[in-house]
Design a protein around this ligand. Structure first.
Ligand code: MCA
Ligand code: AMP
Length: 441
């Protein structure tokens, strides 16, 4: 059973969002109504705003065994159109929740698709990652072991609910343990501090959030009280790890994951929390580093996705001999700890923990009348990890950097917008006409 606590701890608080909380009994009852309304659906989408309603819909879909596509509420027109065309949901759930007469809901098979989460690639539009129930169940149990995570934990976070980090680990994680989700609505250091000061035991965040925490010494004592601070979705710089320790006395636990694989490795709660490392493979997950060091990380195990929706070609290419190729480069330390040192391609950018494909941003910019040629790169950014930079050869039609930025935000999503636009006379290209992005840095 994926979420046994729905039946076993009715009186306990399952979900707490600003101004709204639900016990397990209330969640079970509301999610069951949604599930009854979804029986017979092939696939549904939900506007994944950070609220109780999103969690009720996701739990309802899990009870009904209907795969659910969480939609970023800020999706722009082009990206939304792609996701809805590609996933073809029977229903897009917004304010009005589905409802229906009670029926028996047998627990779906472990291989049944549970979530379809869209993730960017180097070129083209995002791909739908189809995640089965056994991936969620096995991964959440492995994390529980690694983090000594129990029903007594109250997990504090302000992560978006349309990605694996916030929804898979940050909501379904506490619900599988029978603990409590304490969502901040949106992340702020002050709100996170208050939650940890009062009820929270653990916090999940991306490095950008920890960067903001480190810049707020007035709140250090609250973070000092947490049982466990966990970082992931992008590298936590060793210097930031050390600054946080100096400020709070806490050594942040880092874990490494991917939409396609859920979590692969983590530093253990009881382990050596070495800065700059993502620890050891989780129980049941096989990890190997292939080729000369730094080599590419490949993964095998019950945590893996089923396929990219409608993309058998991309699914095939992602595997060698049953191992999933992550594209991440790492070295293995003598005691087996992984240290991630980079990525195989420069065309994937991680900004604020969001994955952004250079190609999708380039395609969006090429639709603007002011853009003749463009190359998009990622540059180091202290707060965001990397920032999106657009190198633009202008047409005769004038455009401002702000117009180009807004154009990308409107077509794709605001977090994919370039933070910097650099106008250039021409782009460096090789004999084949391919842009030499390394020369742009
Ligand atoms: C800005 N905004 C705009 C524009 N510019 N809207 C329209 N047009 C524009 N030109 C809006 C934004 O939508 C946002 O609105 C606000 O202005 C500020 O945006 P921004 O500066 O981009 O970000 P931020 O609000 O400062 O957010 C920083 C953040 C965020 C909170 C750290 O980046 C974040 O939540 N990151 C988490 C990403 C994540 O969960 N990744 C996990 C991927 P508003 O204020 O209304 O929002 S899963 C994964 O990676 C794997 C599995 C793993 O290992 O976890
Ligand atoms: P996504 O596709 O959004 O799920 O992002 C997955 C990618 O995020 C991975 O392939 C890594 O490049 C990166 N990532 C996640 N966690 C970490 C971490 N702890 N350290 C370094 N990179 C990470």
């Amino acid at each position: 059973m994926l979420l046994p606590a729905l039946a076993t701890t009715p009186a306990k608080v399952a979900l707490r969002f600003p101004g709204h909380e639900l016990t397990y009994a209330e969640l079970a009852s509301q999610a069951s109504s949604v599930a009854y309304g979804l029986v017979g659906s092939r696939r549904v989408a939900v506007w994944a705003r950070p609220d109780v309603r999103t969690c009720v819909v996701v739990v309802g879909a899990l009870l009904a065994g209907v795969p659910v596509v969480p939609l970023n509420p800020k999706l722009g027109e082009r990206e939304l159109d792609h996701i809805l065309t590609d996933s073809a949901p029977d229903l897009v759930i917004d304010d009005l929740l589905p409802d229906g007469p009670p029926v028996d809901l047998p627990e779906p098979d472990g291989e049944a698709p549970a979530l379809i989460v869209y993730t960017s690639g180097t070129t083209g539009p995002p791909k739908g990652v189809v995640l089965p129930r056994r991936a969620l169940a096995s991964n959440l149990d492995a994390l529980a072991e690694a983090w000594e995570w129990t029903a007594d934990d109250v997990v504090v976070h302000g992560l978006p609910l349309f990605h694996v980090h916030g929804l898979g680990v940050g909501v379904l994680g506490p619900l599988r343990r029978g603990g409590t989700v304490h969502h901040l609505g949106s992340f702020s250091v002050a709100a996170a501090a208050e939650a940890l000061e009062t009820v929270g035991t653990m916090m999940f965040g991306v490095p950008t959030m920890y960067h903001r925490i480190a810049a707020s010494p007035e709140h250090a004592s609250a973070f000092a009280k947490a049982r466990l601070l966990v970082s992931g979705s992008a590298p936590l710089p060793a210097t930031l790890h050390e600054r946080l320790e100096a400020l709070t006395g806490q050594r942040v636990v880092e874990r490494y994951g991917m939409t396609e694989t859920l979590m692969n490795t983590s530093v253990r709660a009881s382990g050596d929390r070495r800065p700059g490392t993502v620890g050891l493979p989780l129980a049941g997950v096989e990890v190997r580093v292939v080729g000369d060091e730094p080599g590419e990380i490949e993964v095998r195990g019950p945590n893996l996705f089923l396929e990219y929706l409608n993309r058998p070609d991309a699914t095939r290419e992602a595997f060698v001999d049953g191992w999933f190729r992550t594209g991440d480069l790492a070295v293995v330390e003598p005691d087996g700890y992984l240290r991630i040192v980079g990525r195989r391609t420069t065309d994937l950018i991680k900004s604020g923990g969001y994955k952004i494909g250079a190609g999708e941003v380039e395609n969006a910019l090429l639709e603007h009348p002011g853009v003749a040629e463009v190359a998009v790169t990622g540059e180091p950014d202290e707060e965001l990890g990397e920032r999106v930079v657009a190198w633009v050869v202008a047409t005769g039609t004038p455009s401002t950097a702000q117009e180009l930025t807004d154009h990308v935000a409107r077509l794709l999503t605001p977090h994919k917008r370039p933070r910097v636009v650099r106008y250039v006379e021409s782009l460096p290209r090789n004999d084949m006409g391919k842009v030499l992005k390394r020369e742009l840095r």
